[in-house]
Design a protein around this ligand. Structure first.
Ligand SMILES: Nc1ncnc2c1ncn2[C@@H]1O[C@H](COP(=O)(O)OP(=O)(O)OP(=O)(O)O)[C@@H](O)[C@H]1O
Ligand SMILES: [Mg+2]
Length: 315
């Protein structure tokens, strides 16, 4: 029987105060190995603070934190040695060319010269930096510097990748390159802890997401599961001559618009509203081919979770 691997990241009641401010307030997280995990939250939610805790750069006020088998903050150095990071401040050394920066990072991760050269070629290709390798950071545009920081994080095929809003400032092509590289690393067993406020991106990209606000977890699940928690406000219906048939019914559904002769969009109140409408149409003898609730995006689920979170006193 296969033995379940221990989680790459496990936090229990993780808490970090800054004076009276509870930046991280009792967070429980379990991130299985090889998963692309999205940590989502509005500005000030505690995402970057959590990352600093995960890397042992900041001691928790309370709670337990274990990363790659090391208890933190004591095991911070060991965790950082096995982790590629893109942090809010990219921390590129201004004096080194892109090539030297990557060679230096490869050396720090213990890669031999041949492996290092192959990895540099690969990450530079992924991030579209091949023709900028001899430039120093100050000669690169903001997005190019971000690409550099990403390339450096991907270089050593680390056990853990911690990416704090890595697509910030990246154009669509570079963001796609980043996602492809991250997916490859995850397929090879790298665990990815990824923050973003671009929910459409998280929806397509992450296996598992947690929504945080004011330091507290509001919800965790696969994007498809969280999406289903979003309120349904409208439904798309398809059926033969549907628009004409609804035109003959009196007020069922109460508010609707024809998208095409066979396609109608109707307002509903939640999934129960969908069920009631479908039952009413069946009773009226209206045939439906397709019933598709609308609005269940991760963004809608996120906004609903955030709105449902009692504001409480400012902390
Ligand atoms: N060193 C610090 N001293 C005092 N307060 C801090 C410190 N670091 C963070 N905070 C506060 O902790 C809260 C969480 O900050 P954090 O940077 O973790 O948020 P975030 O989720 O990363 O936000 P963003 O999306 O803006 O990057 C904020 O209210 C912030 O002002
Ligand atoms: Mg942040």
């Amino acid at each position: 029987m296969a033995v379940a691997e221990p989680p790459a990241i496990q936090c229990t009641a993780l808490t970090r105060h800054f004076g009276a401010l509870r930046a991280v307030d009792g967070v429980d997280l379990t991130v299985p190995p090889g998963v692309v995990f999205g940590f989502l939250g509005p500005n000030g939610a505690g995402k970057t603070t959590t990352i600093r805790l995960l890397l042992g750069l900041l001691p928790p006020t309370a709670g337990h934190l274990r990363v790659l088998g090391h208890d933190l903050p004591a095991g911070g150095r060991a965790v950082r040695a096995r982790t590629g990071t893109v942090l809010e401040h990219h921390g590129l050394y201004e004096g080194l060319s892109a090539r030297r920066t990557l060679e230096f990072a490869a050396g720090a991760h213990g890669l031999g010269p041949r492996t290092a050269a192959a990895r540099v070629t690969e990450v530079v290709g992924r991030m579209g930096l091949a023709d900028r390798l001899d430039d120093r950071p100050q000669a690169l545009s903001r997005g190019m510097r971000q690409r550099m920081a990403v390339a450096r994080a991907l270089l050593a095929a680390p056990d853990l990748l911690i990416l704090d809003e890595p697509t910030n400032g990246l154009d669509a092509e570079a963001a796609a390159g980043l996602r492809a590289a991250v997916r490859d690393l995850a397929a090879g067993g790298t665990t990815v802890f990824y923050t973003t406020h671009i929910l459409g991106e998280a929806e397509r990209f992450c296996d598992l997401v947690t929504v945080v606000r004011r330091g507290r977890v509001l919800g965790t699940g696969a994007p498809a599961d969280l999406r289903r928690r979003a309120p349904v406000r409208a439904v798309r219906l398809e059926g033969p001559d549907l628009a004409a048939r609804l035109g003959l019914l009196d007020g069922v559904p109460a508010a609707w618009t024809a998208v095409a002769p066979e396609v109608v969009r109707a307002d509903v109140d939640g999934v129960d509203g969908v069920a009631r409408l479908v039952a009413a149409l069946a009773a009226a003898g209206v045939a439906l081919h397709r019933v598709e609730p609308e609005g269940q995006t991760l963004e809608a689920a996120f906004l609903d979770l955030v709105a449902g979170d009692a504001p409480g006193p400012a902390t």
